[in-house]
Each structure stands twice: as structure tokens, then as C-alpha cells.
Design a protein around this ligand. Structure first.
Ligand code: F6R
Length: 369
């Protein structure tokens, strides 16, 4: 039931802190050791793999794209992220040392199911990340790591997305421990960062007024662009997808570094651009490069809405609006920066009088290829 909420989507976004907390539950102990009980007995497999391929569709694929940064940094295993329907219809190189991780909220997406079966038949080992107990994809996989976001009713995925990133981060830390790729101390530090996320998401959700007002002002907008870099890049893609599917507005996400390679030609006076700004406490060069991107598009008249960490003053001179997120380790920012983008798409769709739970032409679970 919707409870007091205007839509399932509004309710499900409000449940994001819980979705992350429940996904962490029972997987991090008092000393900060990360152990996913469902992966018990797979140590040899994790020691043996030389490559990970993540397969998923839509929003789940963007969770996978965020996860790649964490798996490579912590577990030090190379990762490719592929759309399920593209993976299957070519001749990907799969060996017994390939681990295929599928991500699916429903666990029934036909494109992903067929890709998992194909991966197994080709000799890969398979782990599924899924939000639905007993669904088909986990049954077809060697192991499953459940996300515990609770049932997601709105067609557009929100709380499952943050739970998927959480599960991927736990998986990355689990594999890093097994492979000895990180010290126990560093694993504990990262686990503590993850455990702090639910309260930080709750803080973001308390500050929705600016983004909701902005959505009302922008109800007539015809096109919106989203820029991000590093883990902010898949978040830009996800922000654009949410706006397309909910508000039927043409939206595109870009890697900020690609701007000068083409997309900057789209910038004309008044063009709204959301920019997911990396923390200035992380890689300095990335932060300053994104700030330069903001200045470049500002000079061409773009209307800039920056999603930036508290206290980042570098964005102030050029951004028209700044949406603040609490401080978090660089890899953890996506779990916070995606929230205002979800709220924006929902509020804009509502301002246009659209049904945010049931966007046109879409089904919650896509069971045909
Ligand atoms: C977007 C959305 C879709 C799904 C995709 C995969 O809001 O919900 O892009 O993420 O269809 O669905 P699952 O995760 O059920 O495999």
C-alpha cells in the first residue's frame, strides 16, 4: 500500500535509507569484516577468476557501471559491464575463469535471463544480484546475493538501484578479502563508509524543496542534459533515463570529459544541464576538470544545476542552482547524488500531471526479449 504517499515511487524513494541498511545487514560484522553468507564456499572460485563481466539492462546496468569502479579498485579484478541483450548476440570471450554477475531487480527480465543461461552454457560461473526471492534468474545462477530493498511497485526503479550498488560494493569487499587485495583495516574503513550511507540519504531527502521547485519551473522544458565523471558518469545516465521514462522529456547523459568531443555543440542559451560534481576531497584533477566543464558550458549560456558536496564553493560562481549532498568517500557519492535526480524526474512528471507509477509503454518486468 502507498500509505500516506502520493505515489508508490514517492514512498519507495523515502525507503532508500532502509533499502541500503537492510542490504548491509548480516554482511558486515563488529570488526568491519565483510562476509556475504550466501557466497560461503566460493572462495576458490573468487581466487581463480581473472575477469568479471556484469550483465544487466536499464537502471540495473547503471548500478553495474558504478560497481565496476569499486570492484576494480578494491578486488583488483578487471570488470566489463555489458547490456544483457548485447552480450548474448556476439561471440564474447568466456572462459572458466570468467565470473558473470547479473543484476536484476525483478529477477525475471528475459534479456538478462537468456544472457545468464548463455554465460553458463559457455562455461562461466554466475552470481546474480536480485531483489525478488526465488525469482528465475537466481535459480539459474550458481549463487545469489539478494538486495533487501523490499517489493518495488513503481515501474521506474529507485530504491532497488541504491540497494544494487550496495550489494555490488559488499561483493567487491568480500572478493577483496578472499583475494587478499585489501587489508582488513581498509575493508573496515570502506564498510564503515557504507554503513553511514542510510543516514546521509535520509539527510538528502530532507532537503528536497529546491529540487521540487526547480521541477515545477521546468515543466515546459524540452530537453535536459546530464553530465558526470568517474562514478558520477553512470549517475548522469541514470538521471537522464529517469527523466525520459517518467516525464517523457528528451534527456541525455554524458561523460563530462566527452563534452569537447561533440556534445558541447548542443549547448545554447537556456539549455538546462545537471552536473554531478565529484568531491574536491577526492581526485583533485577530476573535480577541477568538471568545474572547468561547468565554466565552459556556462560561457555558452547553459543553465546549470550542480549536485555538489557540502562546502564545495568552486561550483558557486557558475552554477545557477546547487543541490548539496553530505560528505562521503568518493566511491560512495553515487548513493547520494542519484537521489535528487530521482526526485527531480518524479516531481517534473507530477508537475506535468503524469502518472509517475505507471509511465506509458513500460512494464515493471520485461519478460520478452
Ligand atoms: C528503469 C527501469 C528499467 C529496469 C530494467 C531492468 O527505471 O526500471 O530500466 O531497470 O528493465 O529490470 P530488472 O532490474 O528487473 O532486470
Amino acid at each position: 500500500e502507498k500509505g500516506g504517499w502520493s505515489s508508490f515511487m514517492a514512498k519507495e524513494i523515502s525507503e532508500e535509507p532502509e533499502a541500503v541498511a537492510k542490504t548491509i545487514l548480516g554482511r558486515v560484522d563488529d570488526r568491519g569484516t565483510v562476509t556475504i553468507p550466501e557466497l560461503d564456499g566460493l572462495d576458490e572460485l573468487f581466487l581463480d577468476i581473472d575477469r568479471i563481466v556484469v550483465i544487466a539492462c536499464g537502471t540495473a546496468s547503471y548500478a553495474g557501471a558504478v560497481g565496476k569502479y569499486a570492484i576494480e579498485k578494491w578486488a583488483k579484478v578487471p570488470v566489463d559491464v555489458e547490456l544483457s541483450h548485447e552480450f548474448r548476440y556476439r561471440e564474447p570471450v568466456i572462459t572458466p575463469r570468467t565470473l558473470v554477475i547479473s543484476i536484476s531487480q525483478s529477477g525475471e527480465t528475459m534479456d538478462t535471463l537468456m544472457a545468464v543461461k548463455f554465460a553458463r552454457e559457455s562455461g562461466a560461473r554466475t552470481v546474480s544480484i536480485c531483489n525478488t526471492q526465488g525469482a528465475t534468474i537466481p535459480r539459474e545462477s550458481d549463487a545469489v546475493v539478494y538486495t533487501h530493498a523490499g517489493p518495488e511497485v513503481a515501474v521506474a526503479s529507485t530504491k532497488a538501484f541504491v540497494a544494487q550498488i550496495t550489494a555490488l560494493y559488499l561483493l567487491a569487499l568480500h572478493v577483496a578479502r578472499v583475494r587478499g587485495a585489501l587489508s582488513a583495516e581498509v575493508i573496515a574503513e570502506q564498510a564503515a563508509e557504507l554503513q553511514a550511507i542510510p543516514d546521509k540519504i535520509a539527510a538528502v531527502l530532507e532537503n528536497n524543496d529546491t529540487i521540487e521547485q526547480l521541477a515545477h519551473w521546468m515543466a515546459d522544458t524540452r530537453a535536459v542534459l546530464f553530465l558526470g565523471r568517474h562514478v558520477g558518469f553512470p549517475i548522469a545516465m541514470e538521471g537522464a533515463l529517469k527523466l525520459k521514462e517518467l516525464a517523457y522529456i528528451h534527456a541525455e547523459g554524458f561523460a563530462a570529459g566527452e563534452l569537447k568531443h561533440g556534445p558541447i555543440a548542443l549547448i545554447e542559451p537556456g539549455q538546462p544541464v545537471f552536473v554531478v560534481v565529484p568531491s574536491p576531497r577526492g581526485a583533485q584533477t577530476i573535480h577541477s576538470k568538471v568545474v572547468s566543464n561547468i565554466e565552459e558550458i556556462r560561457a555558452r549560456g547553459a543553465r546549470i544545476i550542480a549536485i555538489a558536496e557540502e562546502g564545495d564553493v568552486a561550483v558557486l560562481p557558475s552554477a545557477d542552482e546547487v543541490i548539496r549532498i553530505p560528505l562521503a568517500g568518493p566511491l560512495f557519492e553515487p548513493l547520494l547524488s542519484v537521489v535528487p535526480l530521482q526526485v527531480f524526474a518524479m516531481a517534473l512528471a507530477s508537475a506535468k500531471g503524469l502518472d509517475v507509477d505507471q509511465p506509458r509503454n513500460l512494464a515493471k518486468s520485461v519478460t520478452v526479449e
